[in-house]
Design a protein. Structure first.
Lengths: 246, 246
């Protein structure tokens, strides 16, 4: 028995999210079915991040155990031949049998993309959140600075979270305008349920002038979800990478 | 009775193309149904370019006649409230009753996008043609230069074309690398069936070294479809704009 780790990229649009659901097709189910067919065993993957419906990934991570003789680094190529075009394995390798992607310290990087234009370009609709109000990225940057560091992020967590602690560390938030799009790149040691989307929703409110940048500090200190901005829609969010500290 | 012109953008992925087909949903059908509902009349649009299945547009043009009292420039806003998110009207206005978008001289601009990388990014799969072989854009530019001007493009036309003349004028072909993507931007006074996709397929062969740039001249002179490269897939193609010479 060996444990294999894979880097997984997907367009989340057609899926009900990572996790298996009774009504809807999940990334996890597609991977389990195709790996089981490929390796002739009942395979169950463990995902590093159970992304929500409509969220994309360029660098999610999944591990699974197998008795198959296929070398770990060849599995990604063989599996890609079977997968639909919206799921791609970027690489696979054998790892230690006790490696668990959710119990290993890691740095996760997410990107949230906003289409800040007057025209809701349908070619960008699957990947961006459309916001036609002029957003000032300087104000957004100023507001975001209050979130960097170790904080209790209760105000930026969906109420149905089962987290035991709301303390997380955000290493950096980089905000950049690329033509009509604004990219919010956020790195942290872990994120609460909907945390990146609530941060994005709050920073959009700052960008359009509904909140002042310094209100972000007050929102953080309130530890109250109702003080923050709305949860930005799923389609703007991409899990870019996970680096494990092993 | 007045004639309305609309600029139409769409993500072609989910559609069987512009033109109404017995088996599949077309852009034309979605526009006809939603305009008929909106205006309370039986509306039939005329498209400037009947794009193929999977081809996208940022600036296709449709006209239709209506007796409705709604001002021409308000129709786009009202129609957008009803359309699915992958079709967006960029604007509408009243035009002369004898304006016909396929019988008026125009300059059309198409973009063909190639993902030239080792990783077939699923977030780009709907918009690009994946080519993992290293493409040299300098060679592609050199080959493309032979196509600029007025030529008989028989070699770059699908056999099932019903065109009466194969002579077209290409005003410019601009090839640019943007990170892992190559953009081929092509302007002309009209394009034969699959012409842009055959040009893209041929230039990819030049880029990877299978043809020499000067072979493009020979292919053009041969007036024989079998001499050119393959037809590049539909999903890399976007109709960017149509400018009418009125």
């Amino acid at each position: 028995m060996k444990r294999i780790m894979m880097r997984v990229a997907y367009l989340g649009t057609a899926y009900c999210g990572w996790q298996i659901q009774p009504n809807g097709l999940s990334i996890e189910q597609v991977l389990n079915e195709n790996l089981s067919d490929l390796l002739g065993e009942d395979i169950k993957v463990i995902g590093a991040s159970r992304t929500d419906a409509g969220v994309h990934a360029l660098g999610n991570v999944a591990v699974f155990d197998t008795n198959a003789r296929m070398p770990g680094d060849k599995i990604s190529f063989a599996l890609n031949q079977r997968l639909p075009e919206d799921i791609v394995i970027r690489g696979s390798k054998e790892v230690s049998p006790d490696f668990h992607p959710r119990r290993t310290l890691s740095i996760k990087t997410y990107e949230y993309r906003i289409l800040n234009a007057t025209f809701n370009n349908p070619l960008r609709a699957y990947f961006t959140c459309f916001n036609y109000m002029k957003l000032e990225e300087d104000l957004m940057r100023e507001g975001a600075a209050y979130l960097v560091g170790e904080h209790d992020f209760s105000s930026f967590c969906a109420p149905r979270s089962q987290a035991e602690s709301f303390v997380r560390t955000v290493y950096s938030i980089d905000i950049e305008r690329l033509g009509e799009e604004i990219s919010i790149l956020i790195k942290g040691n872990g994120f609460l349920y909907n945390m990146v989307r609530i941060i994005a929703g709050t920073l959009m409110e700052v960008g359009r002038g509904a909140y002042k940048p310094e209100d972000v500090k007050k929102i953080l200190e309130a530890k109250d979800r109702t003080k923050a901005g709305p949860t930005a829609p799923a389609q703007g969010l991409t899990l870019m990478s996970i680096e494990f500290k092993q």
